[in-house]
Design a protein around this ligand. Structure first.
Ligand SMILES: *Cc1c(COP(=O)(O)O)cnc(C)c1O
Length: 708
């Protein structure tokens, strides 16, 4: 079943292999399976061919296809490189040969549907946390050999790239992607022609073809509307992720939901469970329901498919659950009710919190109604979601609303830096990563000599600082800064200085502005004999004016003394930037306005590399913080936002001045900060297993996918 479209990938592999010198041929199959990206040393094999070319976008297919012949010949003559290539190909083949996890029948896999997937930077169909989490779930499912397929959209222009000007204003630009350059194959049917699905949009039908990408054992199918038979408007539907035009966004939901089901059909895949990761794909339920011949159709269209749908909500803020006017929805999706056999009013009611009203409509109420299991992404978010959606369950009080939680986790092999992993390999025992969800595995952390752990921390920090120096120089030059300001990045960033990171989507609730609430106090931290350096990164949604202003506000401080050499805003945050930052920072900050952080995951990634979290007690940190493994700022909601900001900013500066800085500098004769290292160990030991994607997927299998 999971073999649908596999011959197309095989053909792409064979074609690529023909273009390579004999000794490099095993790399063709490797290049078409993202599994290489989480085998330790996997990326080094491709970098060994041409580090510079590979470094540009990390796409091994493009590297192998576009490298000049002499470069490939030189690599083919490198005995060591050829041996490592053969080894890597064997690792991937052995991985594919493992038997399936029997928790799910491979003939009836789990279909995981999401609007974005953050698998690797060379596949830019993600924007932030939701997509990266989805990518981590696919990787962890592959590691477990869990029968899963994934469905998403292939955005030709992906998410935007970011430039900041000297005034701190964000500018966006998009780069066209040619899917033929990707490790992806166009899926063809039995007649040898590309499979095409058609879904209702506006006054007609929108057509899409399907690409297959291998994320280890998990096939990711991406729908692509860039077809000659579509109008320009229709083609635009898979142009940009989180398109600003609301009507185009609705058409995306039709394609993802209805088109996703049709694509699985055409591929011969009949999922036992459809996992809606966020509500964007909720129309899938109506499409499946319309095919059932059960005769309760008219009264309860969703009753027939409820046992097959599960839904994860990620959004504790109203704005994240988009709503539309009834007419607005029908202007784009007016063809949907007829297609699924419902009258338009019934259709609209299924998309409302309270049917029979003239409330606005949205995909989240539909997803909740369609699913036998609904969950939030941390224990606290479960509470928040129960209250938020209680109006859909008028005969229940909030505590008995049927919404549970599965706390997010991150994919350890993706997010732990190679240097840290090598250290844990020495101490946690062979194959420890297959036991990563077991707390016992991590108890061996305590036996690591302090000096070894500290040495790794210092190396990781130095690597990041080195990288940031050169990146900050080019960012500043491109912005048009004065040369003196440009030079400060090179001369003052210091591999020995306590490095604090803040990188994530810039949304107002993440409160980046907290750092500049008391500028004098913030600036004082950069100075003196125990200074800090700050690294910031993140994108604001192009339409989010208030978030953009926060970046400008922060840039307002850039000419203050000390800032040029101690603070850098790194442009165009993406997966590879995230990996560098979480690996190199000593302290990871998160200061969302409670209770608006559903989970947060970047702090988990940082913890895997020995960083310590300083965070508001919201989302995941509310269940992770135990007093020994980082620092906390209170997480009580408060209607007076200004007062709360002031209180939290004060608490943040206090904790940095009174706890973080002194502990970091309290060194013994060997130069090791013993108390700090003890905290790093507590953080690794308590967070490593519990917030791993492996644990998360095990929870989904046990509590959500399996039928009760
Ligand atoms: C992990 C990650 C995020 C999510 O960060 P949060 O702390 O959960 O907001 C966003 N973007 C990228 C690129 C990431 O890797």
């Amino acid at each position: 079943m999971l073999g649908a479209g596999l011959h197309d990938l095989d053909r792409a592999v064979t074609d690529l292999a023909h273009e390579l010198p004999d000794p490099l041929r095993p790399l063709a199959a490797v290049a078409y399976d993202y599994r290489w990206s989480w085998v330790p040393g996997g990326a080094d094999v491709f970098a060994g061919i041409d580090a510079h070319r590979f470094g540009r976008d990390g796409n091994p297919v493009r590297l192998l296809r576009s490298s000049p012949r002499p470069v490939l010949e030189r690599a083919a003559a490198d005995r060591q490189l050829v041996e490592r290539a053969a080894w890597l190909a064997e690792v991937l083949a052995a991985d594919r040969a493992r038997p399936w996890d029997t928790a799910v029948d491979p003939r009836r896999p789990v279909a995981f549907v999401c609007a974005e997937f953050g698998v690797h930077r060379s596949l830019p169909v993600y924007s932030g946390g939701l997509g990266v989490l989805a990518g981590d779930i696919l990787k962890a499912a592959s590691d477990r050999a869990l029968p899963m397929v994934a469905v998403g959209l292939l955005y030709r222009r992906g998410y935007f790239h970011q430039r900041i000007d000297t005034g701190g204003r964000q500018h966006e630009y998009w780069i066209d992607l040619d899917p033929r350059d990707l490790p992806a194959a166009l899926v063809t049917g039995a007649d040898g022609r590309p499979i095409v699905v058609r879904v209702p949009a506006w006054d007609g039908e929108l057509a899409a073809q399907v690409w297959r990408v291998a994320v280890g054992r998990v096939p990711l199918f991406l729908l692509d509307a860039d077809l000659p038979e579509n109008s320009e408007l229709e083609r635009w539907v898979t142009s940009r992720l989180y398109e600003g035009n609301r009507s185009v966004r609705l058409a995306q939901y039709s394609l993802l939901g209805i088109g996703g089901v049709l694509a699985l059909d055409a591929l011969g895949i009949d999922p036992a469970v459809v996992h809606l990761n966020e509500g964007h794909a909720a129309l899938a339920a109506l499409e499946l329901a319309s095919r059932s011949d059960r005769d309760d159709a008219r009264d309860e269209p969703l009753a027939r498919v409820r046992e097959r749908f599960v839904f994860t909500t990620h959004t504790p803020v109203a704005a994240g659950n988009e709503t539309y006017g009834a007419d607005e929805l029908l202007a784009t999706l007016g063809g949907v009710p007829a297609r699924v056999g419902l009258d338009p009013d019934r259709f609209l009611d299924l998309c409302r919190i309270t049917p029979g009203t003239d409330e606005p409509v949205g995909m989240t109420p539909l997803a909740i109604r369609a699913s036998r299991s609904v969950n939030g992404v941390s224990a606290r978010h479960g509470d928040v979601a129960r209250s938020m959606w209680q109006p859909m369950f008028p005969d229940r009080d909030a505590s008995s609303v049927p919404i549970t939680s599965v706390t997010n986790g991150v994919h350890v092999p993706t997010w732990m830096a190679p240097r840290m992993r090598a250290l844990l390999d020495e101490h946690l025992g062979a194959g420890w990563e297959t036991r990563a969800a077991d707390p016992d595995t991590w108890s061996a952390i305590d036996a690591i000599p302090d000096s070894d752990l500290w040495a790794v921390r210092c190396e990781l920090r130095a690597e990041l600082v080195e990288h940031c120096r050169s990146r900050a120089v080019t960012d500043r030059l491109a912005r048009g800064e004065q040369l003196e300001y440009v030079r400060a990045a090179w001369t003052t960033f210091d591999p020995g200085v306590l490095t604090v990171g803040f990188a994530r989507r810039i949304a107002t609730y993440k409160r980046l502005h907290l750092l500049s609430v008391d500028p004098q106090r913030a600036l004082a931290l950069l100075d003196g004999d125990r200074p800090l350096q700050f690294l910031f990164a993140g994108k604001a949604h192009p339409m989010d004016e208030s978030a953009k202003q926060v970046t400008q506000q922060l840039f307002g401080l850039k000419d203050a003394p000390g800032v040029a050499g101690r603070v850098a805003f790194l442009e165009d945050y993406d997966l590879s930037y995230a990996a560098r930052l979480v690996a190199g920072c000593d302290v990871w900050l998160n200061v969302p306005r409670p209770p608006m952080e559903a989970s947060g995951t970047s702090g988990m990634k940082a913890a895997l590399n020995g960083a310590l979290n300083v965070s508001v007690l919201d989302g995941w940190w509310a269940e992770a913080h135990d007093g020994t493994n980082g620092w906390a700022i209170d997480g009580e909601p408060d209607d007076d936002w200004a007062a709360q900001d002031h209180r939290h900013a004060t608490a943040l500066y206090d904790v940095i001045e009174h706890d973080v800085v002194p502990m970091f500098h309290d060194r013994d004769a060997a130069g090791i900060p013993r108390a700090w290292v003890a905290r790093m160990k507590a953080s690794l030991r308590t967070i490593g297993w519990r917030f791993s994607a492996d644990r998360m997927v095990a929870d989904y299998v046990r509590d959500v996918y399996r039928h009760p």
